[in-house]
Design a protein around this ligand. Structure first.
Ligand code: SAH
Ligand code: SF4
Ligand code: F3S
Length: 477
């Protein structure tokens, strides 16, 4: 399948399979953990929670699975090829297990939740299967495996948010970090496996979120991205205070403001916004705070109202356009990105054209584009036939990808000649003579190193030209 993926940081393909490296925080057992992660940014964040739990239990981490005592793979089920990638990777661990029969191999995350104990039958080398809400149980499950058993915990929870666990920031640039503000999803988009693998939606205590942002700021971080499958439905009720009859409710707009107040020097981003839930209050909050980045990931999925209804997205084409109009009205400089699925069940050629015309209407800055992949157990798999031929799905995907390339270039070119405020993230991937960082709209900007400025500082960069995904320029005073 062709999957064109722009690398913003919420779906960074270049990080798929990345491993982590840290020393124990608890009493050392001398045992080494290797963990690699697939899927969305929430999964990467979860791996930092898992590492934190095991470091507290005396483990250290390693970047080389061949020297590990415990190998964990944090998995994704979103499309069939995501699962295939994990199965291929498990095959590569077989030789390590053959050399070291005491090696513990664990499958974590969404695939673990979807397949449960079936995993143990299907993949003989797997010893432990752990769903996304059961990570606190990991030390206990590893003990069980050490005693010669296989271990499974795939219980989903209505409360678990890991609010009290401070994630270890591994493989971090020390400048941008992700903060999970909620878990699970209560929507039932008919194509999507997430509600089944991640369970019910729950919001994390707002104070623990603000504290995490403050702690990050104090240790030098300058950008946080608040993460949830549907951040606009964030809702946390504070415990009842003295003299009050009920606890005060905090919504997403209010949470955004609380995090933005940590410091004007801390950039705040968030993902993902659901078109049905994003409110004008959120947009006005964004416009009120200079440090809330003017960038919204607003997945459309399809431009056809009939397909959107089959997808159970609970908005139609007009509603989506109205939300885009509201963004353009309230935050004229806002960047907008999206997700698109081509070839969903029964999608006609005309309906596909409606997706293309929606893209023309919005001219997205970025898009993640996928051919529909039927997932077992979802509403669509139960109700509708996956009847669009594979080659048609792919041809439509190519058309969507080509259109997006035009629009990305259009957006990039519109920045050329303008001065961008950029947070320096570090040296560019290609050269130590260049710095890289993002502008407000999340576009990568590359410019020559100027010794007066360090990573973590803000600079103004005149964009002089662009490639297909990057602005190139120079620092101006
Ligand atoms: N919570 C986010 C989406 C998370 S999944 C939202 O509601 O927008 C990320 C993206 O993967 C989705 O937006 C969708 O475009 C894509 N996706 C999900 N299930 C899929 C499937 N079965 N086939 C193809 N793409 C899928
Ligand atoms: Fe999946 Fe829809 Fe929930 Fe997003 S909002 S995670 S697409 S069910
Ligand atoms: Fe994320 Fe994949 Fe699970 S996208 S929530 S890791 S199915």
């Amino acid at each position: 399948m062709i999957e064109l993926q722009h690398t913003t940081k919420t779906h960074d393909e270049s990080r798929q399979g990345e491993a982590l490296d840290m020393l124990p925080t608890g009493k050392s057992t001398g045992r080494k953990l290797y963990i690699e992660s697939y899927g969305c940014q929430m999964n990467f964040s979860d791996s930092e929670i898992v590492a934190s739990i095991l470091l507290d239990n005396g483990f250290e981490t390693t970047k080389d699975y061949k020297e590990a005592d415990v190998v964990f793979i944090n998995t994704c089920s979103i499309r069939e090829n995501a699962e295939q990638r994990v199965r291929n990777r498990l095959k590569e661990f077989e030789s390590a297990k053959a050399k070291n029969p005491g090696l513990v191999v664990g499958v974590l995350g969404c695939m673990a939740e979807r397949l449960k104990s079936k995993f143990l039958e299907e993949e003989k080398l797997v010893d432990v299967v752990v769903g996304p809400d059961a990570y606190r149980d990991l030390p206990n499950l590893i003990d069980k495996v050490d005693d010669g058993n296989k271990a499974v915990n795939v219980l989903l929870s209505r409360e678990e948010t890991y609010a009290d666990i401070s994630p270890v920031r591994l493989n971090s640039n020390g400048i941008s970090a992700f903060i999970s503000i909620m878990r699970g999803c209560d929507n039932m988009c008919s194509f999507c496996v997430v509600p089944f693998t991640r369970g019910r939606e729950r919001s994390r205590d707002c104070h623990s979120i603000v504290k995490e942002a403050q702690d990050l700021f104090n240790s030098g971080y300058r950008e946080v991205t608040l993460l949830g499958q549907n951040v606009d439905s964030y809702k946390y009720t504070k415990p009842v205070a003295e003299g009050e009859t009920e606890g005060q409710m905090v919504n997403f707009a209010q949470l955004l403001a609380m995090v933005a107040e940590v410091s004007p020097e801390l950039r705040v981003r968030f993902s993902t916004s659901h078109p049905k839930d994003i409110t004008d209050e959120v947009l006005y909050t964004m416009s009120r705070y200079e440090n809330i980045c003017k960038y919204i990931h607003l997945p459309v999925q399809s431009g056809s109202s009939r397909v959107l209804e089959l997808m159970n997205r609970t908005y139609d084409r007009e509603w989506y356009m109205d939300r885009v109009n509201a963004i353009r009205r309230i935050i004229p400089t806002c960047g907008i990105s999206t997700d698109v699925i081509t070839g969903f069940c029964t999608e006609t050629e005309e309906e596909h054209q409606e997706t293309l015309s929606m893209m023309d209407y919005v001219k997205y800055d970025f898009a993640y584009m996928f051919a529909y992949s039927e997932r077992p157990g979802t509403l669509a798999a139960k109700r509708y036939e996956d009847d669009v031929l594979e080659e048609v799905k792919k041809r439509r995907l190519t058309e969507v990808v080509n259109k997006q390339q035009e629009h990305s270039l259009y957006r990039l070119q519109s920045f050329v000649g303008n001065v961008q405020k950029v947070l320096i993230e570090g040296f560019s991937k290609r050269s130590d003579h260049d710095y890289c960082g993002r502008n407000d709209q999340n576009t990568m900007v590359v410019f020559p190193v100027d010794k007066r400025f360090k990573p973590g500082e803000y600079v103004h960069v005149l964009a002089e030209r662009c490639t297909s995904a990057t602005l190139i320029g120079k620092i101006v005073d």
